[in-house]
Design a binder for this molecule. Structure first.
Ligand SMILES: [Zn+2]
Ligand SMILES: [Zn+2]
Length: 261
């Protein structure tokens, strides 16, 4: 049993044929997936997918790459009151995609952390070329009181350790399977399984051997296989630990019915 802790099933690459996406999940024993929101405009579709599929959950948030989308603590908390919505995000900082004065990004990140603390649901944090500011704001806003995950992790071991010190999990995506991701492979060896999640971030970043194709949650199996290989751990153990971590972190899931239980 495996879980995809981060995917975008509402994106057009996947939304048109969810039946085949779910079929591959079943084939690869991927039992649950978390469908992550990137804008409030798209959120109703994320919520709809989570409400109509028993083992799919949703989050609410505005991704840092979308400029000019205002969001308030009140709005986030209201959307997160839905039992199918188990996290706040994705949020964070991205200094790679956007340049210039990004104070609005930092302010929006603070808004998400405040919302997570208020509603008691964990954060899904995206950080790219902004690790120092990300950690600084997490500390200033008391993100440790909400907890969460550093998703699609590509930073150094020091950044991973700092996030783990704040009680956060580190989630690895298909990038860890890429031949040229030597530094990230070294980080995956050091991050203990007790703090690790796996994800696809589909439809992007398909793992080897599907690199360049449309990614989907079933492919998270290849991420877990690479983690097992790197750590010299049994594949079953990687599956079990990352799945246990998922349910521990997104603990409100256990309050909702689960057809596979
Ligand atoms: Zn992201
Ligand atoms: Zn994402």
């Amino acid at each position: 049993m495996l879980v995809d802790s981060h995917c975008h099933l509402d994106f057009p690459e996947l939304a048109g044929d969810l039946a085949s996406v779910f079929a591959l999940m079943r084939e690869n024993s991927v039992t649950h997936a978390l469908c992550v929101s990137v804008t409030l405009e798209d959120f109703p579709r994320v919520r709809g997918i989570a409400e109509s599929n028993p083992n799919i959950y949703g989050s609410v948030g505005v991704h840092p790459d979308y400029e000019g989308r205002d969001v308030t603590v009140k709005e986030l908390v209201a959307h997160a009151a839905n039992p199918r919505i188990v996290a706040i995000g994705e949020t964070g900082l991205d200094y790679f995609r956007l340049k210039g004065d990004l104070e609005w990004q930092r302010e929006r990140f603070r808004t998400h952390i405040r919302a997570a603390r208020e509603c008691g649901k964990p954060l899904i944090i995206h950080t790219r070329e902004a690790a120092a500011d990300t950690l600084k704001i997490m500390r200033e806003e008391g993100a440790d009181k909400a907890g969460g995950v550093m998703h699609c992790f590509t930073e150094s071991l020091d950044v991973a350790k700092a996030a783990m010190d704040l009680g956060f999990y580190i989630s690895f995506s298909g990038i860890v399977t890429f031949k040229n991701a030597k530094d990230l492979k070294a980080v995956a060896i050091e991050v203990p399984l007790e703090r690790m999640l796996v994800e696809t971030d589909s439809p992007y970043l398909a793992p080897v051997p599907y690199r360049g194709r449309t990614n989907q949650p079933g492919f998270v199996k290849h991420v877990a296989e690479e983690v097992a290989r790197l750590k010299g751990a049994a594949f079953d153990r990687v599956c079990k630990e990352t799945t246990d971590n998922f349910f521990h972190l997104f603990s409100s899931i256990s309050e909702t019915p689960d057809v596979n239980a």
